[in-house]
Design a protein around this ligand. Structure first.
Ligand code: ADP
Ligand code: MG
Length: 146
């Protein structure tokens, strides 16, 4: 596990750009943290890092549920499951269809569902610190069973 700290939204976006270099195509990445922790802000940097979107065009998929950003090498799917409560609702999103060797799934609130809690490749947890401070814990997992 690696930890990082930022003190502003701008620093979190810069961290996202850095972290993008550690995220392998094909990955499922869980972004964990309370409302307002900075998950979507970090996603702006990650999308920018992959040249998949300008940071300001990355907005919260709270209502749209899935946003797609196409980069030259990978397509990033930014997903927010905050409003999804049941497995049946989750199934209608057909997220399995988005998993692929050139795709990255960046999921907010994915830990609500056992399948993602188990099958994630990388987990980035965000905690509030003093003021605008945020602490990030980045944990890679390699427990996938084929
Ligand atoms: P989440 O997606 O986790 O609900 P957002 O990224 O949408 O959170 O919102 C985070 C809010 O906190 C934004 O308004 C952002 O400007 C603010 N903020 C303040 N400091 C930071 C920081 N260090 N990192 C990220 N966001 C921060
Ligand atoms: Mg969000």
């Amino acid at each position: 596990m690696k930890t990082f700290q930022t003190h502003s939204a701008e620093q979190t976006i810069a961290l996202g750009r850095e972290l993008a270099r550690r995220i392998k195509p094909g990955s499922i990445v869980l972004l964990r943290g309370d409302l307002g922790a900075g998950k979507t802000t970090l996603a702006k940097g990650i999308a920018a890092g992959f040249l998949a979107a300008e940071e300001e065009t990355v907005t919260s998929p709270t209502f749209t549920l899935i946003h797609e950003y196409r980069g030259p090498d990978v397509t990033l799917y930014h997903i927010d499951l905050y409003r999804i409560d049941t497995q049946r609702e989750l199934d209608t999103l057909a997220l399995d269809d988005l998993i692929g060797p050139k795709n990255i799934l960046l999921i907010e609130w994915g830990e609500k569902f056992q399948s993602f809690a188990r099958d994630r490749d990388l987990e980035i947890s965000i905690e509030h610190a003093v003021g605008d401070g945020r602490r990030f814990s980045v944990t890679p997992w390699a427990n996938k069973i084929a």
